[in-house]
Design a protein around this ligand. Structure first.
Ligand code: AMP
Length: 143
């Protein structure tokens, strides 16, 4: 199974924000969409950063309420680890575990093509295990 299988189910939409937006705007976006990270894109939908709720919490811890007026660019991670749709789900899980983050943007020919969160991966894996379980039960019942 590849990342493509997850995107086929959840779609290619990915919430993005400009680097000069404020952290207050980013927090609103996360809240409105019920998500944990937004991707920052430049021209041609190229990924230039990622901002997760943890980055916002970190800035609030450092600056207090003033953090909310800071630009997204001041808090985002610039070295973004991405994947392609051809990557397998076990490979992606390994990468998330290794780097200890919960979001990986998907790129296609350098352009943003979706995002996969740890929640998407777990949901997919649980469905896969349920299918295997049902197939085994069926096999035993009819053997
Ligand atoms: P998360 O676990 O996704 O909430 O992110 C934890 C930290 O890792 C935050 O500082 C994020 O900006 C950063 N981060 C999240 N996803 C990625 C990614 N795909 N590549 C690089 N950094 C990331």
């Amino acid at each position: 199974m590849t990342v493509r299988a997850i995107l086929t189910l959840k779609g290619h939409d990915c919430v993005t924000i400009a680097p000069d937006a404020t952290l207050a705007e980013a927090a609103n976006l996360l809240s409105q969409h019920g998500i944990g990270a937004v991707v920052i894109t430049g021209p041609d939908r190229r990924v230039i950063g990622i901002l997760s709720e943890r980055d916002i919490v970190h800035q609030i811890s450092a600056l207090g309420a003033a953090a909310m007026n800071q630009p997204v660019a001041s808090a985002m991670t610039r070295e973004v680890v991405t994947c392609t749709e051809d990557e397998t789900i076990p490979q992606l899980m390994q990468r998330m575990t290794e780097h200890r983050f919960r979001h990986v943007p998907v790129v296609d020919r350098g352009r943003l093509a979706g995002i996969v969160s740890i929640g998407d991966v777990v949901k997919h894996r649980v469905a896969e295990l349920e299918r295997e379980h049902d197939a085994l039960k069926e096999y035993i019942a009819t053997a």
